[in-house]
Design a protein. Structure first.
Length: 87
């Protein structure tokens, strides 16, 4: 049986659920899936201050806040619209 949350998630856009779940932690694979960026680019952009910084949730595990990824995505779209360029 398909649950309602599965159906809901199947039809969501490829944007982090920051608006409805701002405290959700996202691991690197999920951030890559949501942004389309490879691991190396994410870390380069973090180091350049162009992407949200990850934080430690345990000694060996890092994560990003969904709300920060959603805000970054929104800013990217706004920049595209402001500059009049297509992605």
């Amino acid at each position: 049986m398909i649950t309602s949350w599965l159906i809901r998630d199947m039809f969501k856009p490829n944007i982090a659920p920051g608006a409805d779940d701002p405290m959700r932690f996202l691991r690197l694979k999920e951030v890559q899936r949501l942004t389309g960026l490879p691991r190396s680019t994410i870390y380069e952009m973090v180091n350049a201050g162009e992407f949200p910084r990850q934080f430690r949730i345990s000694k060996r595990i890092a994560a990003w806040l969904a709300s920060e990824i959603a805000a970054w995505q929104t800013a990217q779209l706004a920049s595209r619209e402001r500059d009049g360029k297509a992605a």
